[in-house]
Design a protein around this ligand. Structure first.
Ligand SMILES: NC(=O)c1ccc[n+]([C@@H]2O[C@H](COP(=O)([O-])OP(=O)(O)OC[C@H]3O[C@@H](n4cnc5c(N)ncnc54)[C@H](OP(=O)(O)O)[C@@H]3O)[C@@H](O)[C@H]2O)c1
Length: 341
């Protein structure tokens, strides 16, 4: 492939259940010359997100579905390699919704897909897709604005070793909360406690979530940050306190269901406990991202906060890499390396 050629992974068909290789098409095409006001970005790292599964479906959601034949939507970081805009110089690092492709070309001032300068001296490029990127923003605003934890309260978070979960737990520790994670497997649980400083972690694959909550949340659960939905959500609902807050961030256990989504059977616990369950979408907080980035970057710099990424290489490996999220094979934020910086 010459530098004048782009490669893209496009959506070929809509999946039923888990995506398969048939749902994707790898396409190669020449790069058009830049127009006035445009920039070209060489994509270096792509963010692989559970939400991608939802974007592949037809139907109304918080964002329009990816169309058949369209390049798959993806957040990414990259380097400006050509510019016909005074706003961005060649060599600068930027983040944006560049899609699953090697080069992104677009207007420097596109309000619908804003280009944001990032500083690789502040944190590694993959960390800009994690703690300082979309998952970090989700965790930060979802916890603070919807969860509203107070010092001394107990915060439980599922998918605790993943991108959103690791930041939720660490922010909650910074606020003086008791933090209990739920994750799949002994290694992830050990990491969450020993490296991230959570107070405890329950291995749901051992099938002892109810027992673990009883043991590790002796004062009940004040905030549950839900990343997985399904049975784990139902179990946590049995342990919530009066006026508890449940943050509906995601429900990864349900995304590939061919049967209807399983809702919380124990929802009457909300009534009994005068509790609240509220959904959040990170994009609503976009104007406030700089405030979160400044605080999280400060903690990273001080060494009181960790960012862990799981890097897989190669654009052509996108279809297989995406599935890792649904099998719990990612250990930390899953990113796909597309090119050397
Ligand atoms: N609302 C928003 O604006 C927003 C924004 C970003 C992300 N999210 C949501 O946040 C959640 C976490 O996303 P992320 O990017 O941080 O992913 P992640 O946690 O880094 O990766 C997904 C993890 O989910 C766990 N998982 C997969 N299938 C599961 C199942 N059936 N039951 C329980 N756990 C399962 C796996 O961890 P284990 O090995 O521990 O099982 C896997 O590693 C997702 O639900 C995502 O959709 C929402």
């Amino acid at each position: 492939m010459s530098t004048q050629t782009n490669q893209q992974v496009r959506l070929a068909s809509r999946p039923v259940g888990l995506p398969t290789s048939d749902n994707w098409q790898l396409v190669e095409e020449p790069l058009a010359p830049l127009e006035e006001g445009q920039v070209r970005v060489k994509v270096l790292y792509l963010s692989l997100d559970p939400a991608m599964r939802g974007w592949m479906n037809e139907g109304k959601s918080y964002i329009r579905p990816v169309a058949i034949g369209e390049t798959m939507r993806a957040g990414a970081v990259g380097r400006v390699v050509e510019s016909r805009s005074g706003r961005f110089a060649v060599g600068e690092h930027v983040s944006g919704a560049f899609g699953v492709q090697r080069f992104w070309t677009g207007a420097a001032d596109d309000q619908g897909n804003p280009l944001v300068k990032i500083d690789p001296a502040l944190a590694s490029l993959p960390a800009w897709l994690n703690v300082l990127g979309m998952p970090g923003m989700t965790a930060y605003f979802g916890l603070l604005e919807v969860g509203q934890p107070k010092a001394g309260e107990t915060v439980v978070v599922s998918a605790a070793a993943g991108a959103v979960g690791m930041t939720v737990g660490q922010v909650a520790k910074h606020l003086g909360c008791r933090v209990v994670g739920i994750a799949g497997g002994a290694d992830k649980c050990r990491f969450v406690v020993e490296q991230l400083g959570f107070d405890a972690c329950i291995d749901y694959k051992e099938g002892q979530v109810a027992q673990g909550l009883k043991q590790h949340c002796p004062n009940g659960v004040d905030v549950y940050f839900d990343n997985v939905g399904g049975e784990i959500l139902d179990t946590v609902l049995t342990r919530i306190n009066m006026k508890a807050r449940i943050v509906i961030c995601g429900a990864i256990s349900q995304y590939n269901n061919t049967a209807p989504v399983r809702g919380p059977a124990n929802y009457l616990s909300l009534l009994v406990n005068r509790a609240r369950m509220e959904g959040m979408v990170v994009f609503d907080f976009a104007p406030r991202y700089p405030e979160a980035v400044a605080r999280l970057a400060q903690w990273l710099r001080e060494g009181s906060f960790k960012s862990r990424e799981h890097v897989v290489e190669g654009l052509e490996n996108f279809p297989a890499a995406l599935l890792m999220l649904f099998e719990g094979k990612n250990f930390g934020k899953l990113v796909l390396k597309i090119a050397d910086a």
